[in-house]
Design a protein around this ligand. Structure first.
Ligand SMILES: Nc1ncnc2c1ncn2[C@@H]1O[C@H](COP(=O)(O)OP(=O)(O)OP(=O)(O)O)[C@@H](O)[C@H]1O
Ligand SMILES: [Mg+2]
Length: 340
C-alpha cells in the first residue's frame, strides 16, 4: 500500500505528474553534487513536455528521480513527486517495480546500457509483458511482435530472436520505444531518443513518437538538446541550467518570447531552418558551473552579458512573466532597483 498523501491542486483536480521542489544529490568523495536543485514540473493528461538544457544540467537525473533509478550514491534529498496524487518518493521498492514500465515507461539515454545484451529482444519484451500485464507466454509473445510492428521494425518475428548487438542504433532505439510502450503507460519519458542517430533516423523516431502519441494519448516527456524537435512536438517546455529550471512555459512562450538570457542564448545557438544562411549561429560563451560548488547567486551570471550586482549575490526565483510562463532572471523583477 502506498503511504503517500494525495496531492490536490487549487482546481481540485489531481495532476498526472507533479514534481514539487525536488532536490537530488550525489554523494561523492569530493562532496555533494547538487544535480537537481529545487525543480518543480507539472504534466497533465495527454500533454507533451520538452526538457532542454546543456549537458550536465540535470535533465536525466530529474527523470531518473521520478523512476527512482538513481545510482547508489544518488539520493532524493527533499521534495515530492506526485503521480496521480500519490508521492512516489514514499513508495516501497516493490511498489516502484510495479509502476515502472506499466504506468511510467522510459526510453533511456543509452539503449545499449538498458537493453540486456545476453537476452534476445523477444525474451526481454515478453518477460516485461508477462510481469506487468499478467498475460500467458504465448499471448505475451504475440503482443511483443505486435509492438515491434507498431514501432515499424521490419520482420518483427525474426527480430524477436535477435540480440541487441545485432541491431543498428536506430533499430535498438525502436526496440527501446516498444519496451517503454508495451504496457500502455500513462507517461512515456524519452531521454534523448535521437542523439546518437543520424539525421534521417532521428526524424523517423520523432515521427514515430508523434504518431504513437496521437494514437494512444500517452503523455510524453521528451528530454533533448534539439530545440527544433521541441518546437514541432511539445506543448510546453522547461529549460534547465545547473540543476534548476530557469524558464518554463508553452512552446510559443519559449520560442517567440523567451525571457531568460540562457534561453535566448540557446535559441541563437541552434539553426533556424526558416532563416537558413541568413543568420550566424552564436554559441553561448563559457561553461556551466561546478555542481560541487554552485555559485551563491544566479548560476548563469558568470556567462551572462546582462548580469547585475544582485545576480552575483542572490538566486533569482522563477518570476511569473505571463500566464504559465516563468523566468528565473532578475531582469524580470517587477520593481528592480536601478542601482542593482
Ligand atoms: N552517479 C553520479 N555521481 C556523481 N555525479 C553524477 C552522477 N550522475 C550524474 N551526476 C552529475 O549530475 C549532474 C546532472 O547530470 P544529468 O545526467 O542529469 O545531466 P543531463 O542534463 O542529462 O546531461 P546530458 O545532456 O549530457 O545527458 C551532472 O553534473 C553529472 O555529472
Ligand atoms: Mg542526460
Amino acid at each position: 500500500m502506498n503511504r503517500g498523501k494525495i496531492s490536490v491542486n487549487q482546481k481540485n483536480s489531481v495532476k498526472l505528474l507533479e514534481i514539487s521542489c525536488l532536490k537530488t544529490s550525489f554523494f561523492t568523495h569530493l562532496g555533494e553534487v547538487k544535480a537537481v536543485d529545487d525543480v518543480s514540473i507539472c504534466l497533465d493528461e495527454s500533454e507533451t513536455l520538452g526538457i532542454v538544457g546543456e549537458s550536465g544540467s540535470g535533465k536525466s537525473v530529474t527523470m531518473l528521480s521520478v523512476m527512482r533509478l538513481l545510482s547508489d550514491n544518488g539520493r532524493i534529498v527533499s521534495g515530492a513527486i506526485y503521480f496521480r496524487g500519490r508521492d512516489l518518493t514514499k513508495f516501497s521498492e516493490g511498489e516502484m517495480e510495479r509502476l515502472r514500465g506499466k504506468q511510467i515507461g522510459m526510453i533511456f539515454q543509452d539503449p545499449m546500457t538498458s537493453l540486456n545484451p545476453v537476452f534476445t529482444i523477444g525474451n526481454q519484451l515478453t518477460e516485461m509483458i508477462v510481469r506487468h500485464l499478467g498475460l500467458g507466454k504465448k499471448d505475451a509473445r504475440d503482443r511483443a511482435v505486435e509492438m515491434l510492428s507498431t514501432v515499424m521494425i521490419p520482420s518483427p518475428v525474426q527480430r524477436m530472436k535477435q540480440f541487441p548487438h545485432e541491431l543498428s542504433g536506430g533499430m535498438r532505439q525502436r526496440v527501446m520505444t516498444a519496451m517503454a510502450l508495451c504496457c500502455h503507460p500513462d507517461i512515456l519519458i524519452a531521454d534523448e531518443p535521437t542523439t546518437a542517430l543520424d539525421v534521417t533516423i532521428q526524424a523517423q523516431i520523432i515521427d514515430l513518437l508523434k504518431d504513437l502519441k496521437s494514437r494512444t494519448g500517452t503523455s510524453v516527456i521528451l528530454i533533448t538538446h534539439d530545440l527544433g524537435v521541441v518546437a514541432g512536438f511539445c506543448d510546453k517546455v522547461c529549460v534547465m541550467y545547473a540543476g534548476r529550471i530557469v524558464e518554463s512555459g508553452s512552446s510559443a512562450d519559449i520560442f517567440y518570447t523567451p525571457r531568460h538570457p540562457y534561453t535566448k542564448g540557446l535559441l541563437k545557438s541552434v539553426p533556424n531552418p526558416k532563416k537558413m544562411m541568413k543568420e550566424r549561429l552564436v554559441p553561448i560563451k563559457g561553461v556551466p558551473p561546478d555542481l560541487l560548488k554552485p555559485p551563491v547567486g544566479c548560476a548563469f551570471a558568470p556567462r551572462c552579458d546582462h548580469a547585475m550586482k544582485i545576480c552575483i549575490l542572490r538566486r533569482p526565483p522563477l518570476f511569473e512573466v505571463g500566464d504559465g510562463h516563468g523566468a528565473g532572471c532578475f531582469l524580470n523583477h517587477p520593481d528592480l532597483p536601478a542601482s542593482a
